[in-house]
Design a protein around this ligand. Structure first.
Ligand SMILES: Nc1ncnc2c1ncn2[C@@H]1O[C@H](COP(=O)(O)OP(=O)(O)OP(=O)(O)O)[C@@H](O)[C@H]1O
Ligand SMILES: [Mg+2]
Length: 368
């Protein structure tokens, strides 16, 4: 799907703004702190139901106001869809084509991929950042992943309650095995899909990385479960299940002592290696930037292959790249369909003409 138009009401520094997008190249221009990232953030919210950089909805409401509303008009070929996300009185309301919807209904509906300066945390940040990347990326292309995640959260919650009770009472939980079975069954399905996803995008990530950096670095995306190891011979769901089950058995006492579940996809991680070396520990700033761009482009390529072209949101992606890397990135993104890119100075998006959207202090001062 592509986005045709967006209307922002009391969102961040926008009081009331309407922007119309071109079908392919869109360039959002403006000096620092004018609202460029805020606009991308709003599109991202319509795509996956949440901001890419802010967890607290209240912070998205324009200072001094009580609600925000984002309304977007999308086209799937010639079919028109309207998505609305509104927030007031600590409640978020979502409508798809005027029908009340849940946040999960949004995920994968429009299809978006965002690359932003915050992404450096994909290499340098805490494991939760990388889990969120996997969850959003896979959920948008595989419905069953999203369903498993929802079920997993409920099972985890129940199991943690039991462990907490056991911790307080000092008695081993008697009915834990039922929850172990469920945790392993759903957890392993999630882990398996993550392994599959990383394996699928690895070649694209490598090729993107090599193109942008003009090197021949071998890239590895290595999934790192907590509490057990998976290596290349773990190629079935059953294999993951049995590894998880064994780990759970040996950890029960420790879990009772701590009062919560110690292994499972909610604590796993993955790392990014170039020529066998962990980029988090050994990568230069430029290499790390290049790596996350390579991953985001691969996410978009995979989405295009599996569910249709995403709306590609690129926030300041050229800012810290040297000229050669910038040119290589321009060539790489030329394969995407709709691109919305921000910059505080003019940039070239290749040969195609871009629609210019200029923002000044939360107002659209030029649109096309
Ligand atoms: N809830 C809010 N209400 C009002 N203004 C806000 C709110 N949240 C953020 N802002 C303001 O929005 C302004 C624009 O932010 P934004 O991140 O979009 O800037 P930008 O154009 O991307 O700038 P840069 O080029 O520096 O990245 C900032 O000055 C910020 O203070
Ligand atoms: Mg910005």
């Amino acid at each position: 799907m592509r986005i045709h138009q967006i209307r922002l009401t009391n969102f961040r520094n926008f009081s009331d703004a309407v922007v119309t997008f071109g079908e392919r190249r869109n360039l959002i221009l403006g000096r620092n702190a004018q609202g460029k990232t805020n606009l991308l953030e709003a599109i991202h919210i319509l795509g996956v139901g949440r901001s890419h950089r802010e967890r607290r909805e209240a912070n998205l409401v324009k200072f001094g106001e009580t609600f925000y509303r984002i309304e977007g008009v999308f086209f799937d070929k010639s079919v028109r869809n309207v998505i609305e996300v509104a927030y007031s009185e600590q409640r978020k309301r979502i409508r798809i084509n005027a029908k009340e919807a849940r946040p999960v209904d949004l995920i994968g509906f429009a299809g978006v991929v965002i690359s932003s300066p915050e992404d450096i945390a994909l290499v340098k940040g805490a494991p939760g950042v990388r889990r969120l990347f996997l969850d959003v990326a896979i959920s948008q292309i595989r419905r069953e992943y999203l369903r498993s995640l929802q079920r997993y959260v409920r099972v985890l919650d129940q199991r943690n309650k039991l462990l907490k009770q056991a911790q307080l009472s000092g008695q081993m939980p008697s009915d834990i095995s039922v929850w172990n079975t469920k945790l392993v069954e759903i957890g392993a399905a999630i882990v398996r899909l993550r392994l599959e996803y990383l394996e699928e995008i690895e070649k694209d990530v490598e090729s993107n990385f090599q193109k942008i950096s003009r090197t021949r670095g071998k890239v590895g995306l290595i999934y790192k479960p907590k509490g057990y190891d998976v290596d290349s011979d773990v190629d079935s769901l059953e294999a993951v299940e049995s590894l998880m089950a064994d780990a759970l058995t040996s950890l029960l006492e420790a879990e009772v002592r701590r009062g919560y579940t110690l292994i499972g996809p909610h604590v796993d991680d993955f790392c990014f290696k170039v020529d066998g070396r962990d980029l988090r520990l050994f990568g230069s700033e430029g290499e790390q930037r290049t790596a996350v761009l390579a991953i985001r482009c691969a996410e978009a390529q995979e989405m295009k292959a599996k569910r249709g072209a995403p709306i590609v949101l690129l926030d300041d992606v050229f800012a810290e790249l040297d000229d050669e890397r910038s040119r290589a990135l321009t060539a790489l993104i030329s394969e995407f369909d709709q691109i919305i890119l921000t910059s505080s100075r003019g940039v070239s998006l290749g040969d195609e003409a871009a629609r210019i959207i200029e923002i000044s202090d939360g107002r659209i001062v030029r649109n096309g």
